[in-house]
Design a protein around this ligand. Structure first.
Ligand code: AMP
Ligand code: MG
Length: 337
């Protein structure tokens, strides 16, 4: 899926970037990373971009389940038998993941991977009924035993696996924004696949985020001007295959072990990318009603949702944004339904 990673299209609607803005793209964490920033000293700007890419590579090397030497892969291999001593960093991100599990009554669950590893979307591979039943029984975030003092994690059943794919990109974006802020950067955008965070404005105007039509990559269903926030989109078009009219994609409903089928895409806007990344996956699994109810209870979080029928919905506090004109191309207002 070459296009899969572009679930959020950043639109340069009005002006091209002035020459002293730097922009760089790279492929890290199995996804496309974009960094765009301004600093009056071009050397600081260039070094900052390199620091971001380096940090992304560091997090990938420690949290990818596919890299055998990664801390996460070692945890998965060991924690079914004995408590595994983690770095504080991995421990904290797993703790944050559990927070979203509690919040959503298990819709977000990093142990989805106990089933998830049986799917290979590129090869159209999926578990048979027997495998699915057996592996789904292992999905439960309560199967993780955390010792906060020792920073150890143990699985209370062999066969449990963790994958941080629903939260790690957002976390990486937050870490990198932190690095830029430490270097005195006041205007920047970092995107990792479907997870973005921006600081400041883009030469005097808001950043502009487009939400694509999940069934037509060339069409936008909403365009929103934003500043100083994070945005994440989860979509069923990112990694999938179809068989007998069923779409098998990478967001798994922990209750069934099968792809969540209530939504086509979920976009979350919030203060940090770890939160928006986790919540986009969470709301995708929860479905329209329960998902929007959760978001409406959270004061600084907004959602734009395309349901299973392709209909567009907004969380309550975003409703006025439909009429907002913040210097965006007037033909690009959110299109309802
Ligand atoms: P995103 O694009 O942020 O929604 O992340 C999708 C990724 O989240 C998948 O590729 C999986 O790695 C992971 N994932 C899938 N289902 C779940 C789930 N129910 N809870 C937590 N993570 C999940
Ligand atoms: Mg996510």
């Amino acid at each position: 899926m070459r296009h899969a990673i572009f679930l959020l299209t950043l639109l340069l609607l009005a002006h091209p970037a002035p020459a002293d803005w730097l922009r760089e793209e790279a492929d890290v964490m199995g996804t496309r990373i974009t960094v765009e920033l301004f600093h009056s000293d071009p050397e600081v700007a260039q070094q900052s971009i390199e620091a971001v890419l380096e940090e992304m590579r560091r997090i990938d090397a420690s949290m990818s389940p596919y890299i055998e030497s990664s801390e996460l892969a070692r945890l998965n291999a060991a924690a079914g038998h004995a408590a595994f001593k983690t770095s504080g960093e991995l421990f904290s991100l797993i703790e944050r993941s559990l927070h979203f599990s509690e919040l959503s009554d298990g819709a977000f669950d990093i142990t989805f991977a106990s089933v998830g590893f049986l799917y290979d979307y590129r090869k159209s591979k999926r578990p048979d009924a027997g495998q699915l039943k057996e592996a789904t029984a292992l999905i439960n975030y309560r199967n993780l035993i955390l010792n906060t003092d020792q920073k150890t994690i143990r699985f209370n059943k062999p066969g449990v696996r963790i994958d941080l794919g629903g939260i790690a990109k957002g976390y990486a974006v937050d870490r990198c924004i932190g690095l830029l802020q430490q270097r005195g950067i006041r205007q920047a955008l970092i995107t990792a696949g479907g997870d973005s965070r921006m600081i400041g404005d883009r030469w005097g105007r808001p950043w502009t985020i487009g939400v694509r039509n999940p069934r037509n990559e060339d069409e936008l269903v909403a365009v929103i001007p934003l500043m100083d926030v994070a945005v994440s989109t989860s979509g069923d078009y990112e990694r999938f295959f179809e068989e007998d009219g069923v779409r098998y994609h990478h967001i798994i409903n922990p209750a069934s072990g099968k792809s969540a089928s209530e939504m086509q895409s979920v976009t979350i806007i919030g203060p940090d990318a770890t939160t928006t990344d986790a919540l986009s996956t969470t709301v995708f699994v929860m479905g329209l009603e329960a998902g929007l109810q959760l978001i409406n209870r959270m004061p600084d979080i907004d959602a734009i949702v395309v349901d299973r029928n392709g209909e567009l919905h907004y969380s309550e506090s975003l409703q006025p944004a439909k009429k907002m004109d913040a210097g965006v191309n007037p033909s690009a207002q959110p299109v309802s339904d």
